[in-house]
Design a protein around this ligand. Structure first.
Ligand SMILES: O=C(O)CCC(=O)C(=O)O
Length: 322
């Protein structure tokens, strides 16, 4: 029987150095994704806010307008109607650059995240777009948990001043390999989201993220390993490179953790590409050795994923790409 990961695949996390010029950022992302594809990667990930500086003051200026997904009623009527059609090129240059790049590189591309403005809700979101190797949009994830923290003397950040949260978890089906979950940065602090994705059969949790110098050293690697050890699946965290001249200094240290919570590959704070081979069969091997996956006592505590099987489209609040 095929495992959760149908065949071994090379994952690349592009720890991109980006700046204030969106066109330059997109061109730079293109060269790095092509480099990763040339090295054999078939799933390539960009960082959170890869096409803009990170900060609430920048979101409106850099926001792009994507088409909203059809209502869940329309989605229930037709699976193929569950994803939005491509937006006009002039209002969403990053969407079109990512789509073209996925197809040029012939990779599954998790396009980090970009600031999005929705005319229908009149709200801003932190949004990740995943494309197929043919450049077709597979999934849209709007960051569900907004990064609002206040550690006096260290860091105060309030995404909710400008952004609104997304309303669903995102699972993307990559037909040759299996399913991945995509979420963004602060979303990793919420183990429920990861557990639901794991129990829905994902082989990896992918988080474009931009931790900072305070919480990065405290929790970045710990959270990646925690989500892996809880769920016995692969975890990939992809950060921007650190820029000490920017108003927000990203932690860097993009990394891949395996299903036994060992760090397979990690980089420092500079621009780099992190590669790891995700092995088919590894998840099953780990779960066989330490069988917590089947030892759970849902008779004593409820299954957190129980509420996510229903809904009109059969997926509750989980959006599953084609
Ligand atoms: O959780 C953290 O410490 C950092 C989160 C963050 O930087 C983000 O969500 O963008």
């Amino acid at each position: 029987m095929a495992g959760l990961l149908k065949k071994t695949v090379k994952l690349a996390l592009v720890q991109l150095a980006s700046g204030a010029d969106k066109t330059v950022n997109l061109a730079h992302a293109r060269s790095k994704v092509l480099e990763a594809a040339k090295a054999g990667a078939k799933i390539v990930v960009l960082p959170e806010c890869f096409n803009s500086p990170y900060g609430t003051q920048y979101f409106p200026k850099y926001a792009e307008t994507l088409n909203d997904s059809p209502s869940s009623k329309a989605a229930a009527l037709s699976k193929s109607a569950s994803l939005p059609s491509p937006p006009p090129a002039e209002q969403a240059p990053s969407y079109h650059a990512l789509s073209a790049l996925a197809s040029e590189a012939s990779v599954y591309l998790v396009g980090g995240s970009i600031p999005e403005y929705s005319p229908s809700t009149k709200k801003y979101y932190n949004t990740s777009l995943t494309f197929s190797p043919k450049g077709v949009l597979l999934a849209t994830h709007r960051k569900v948990h907004l990064f609002d923290i206040d550690i006096p003397g260290k860091i105060t950040f309030k995404e909710s001043e400008v952004l609104s949260p997304g309303d669903h978890l995102t699972i993307v089906d990559l037909p040759e390999y299996g399913k991945i979950a995509v979420a963004i940065c602060y979303d990793i602090r919420f183990p429920e989201l990861a557990m639901i994705a794991a129990r829905k059969g994902c082989f990896a949790l992918i988080y474009p993220g931009a931790f900072n110098l305070t919480t990065g050293s405290l929790h970045w690697q710990l959270l990646a390993r925690a989500r892996a050890v809880d769920n016995q699946i692969y975890v990939g965290l992809c950060s921007p490179a650190r820029d000490m001249s920017a108003s927000y200094n990203a932690w860097g240290h993009s990394l891949v953790v395996d299903p036994s919570a060992q760090v397979l590959a990690e980089t420092d704070e500079k621009e780099n590409i992190v590669y790891a081979d995700l092995e088919s069969g590894k998840i099953e091997e780990v779960r066989k050795g330490i069988p917590i996956y089947t030892q759970r006592r849902f008779d004593i505590y409820p299954d957190v994923s129980a509420g996510y099987g229903g809904g009109e489209d059969g997926e509750g609040d989980v959006k599953v790409g084609k």
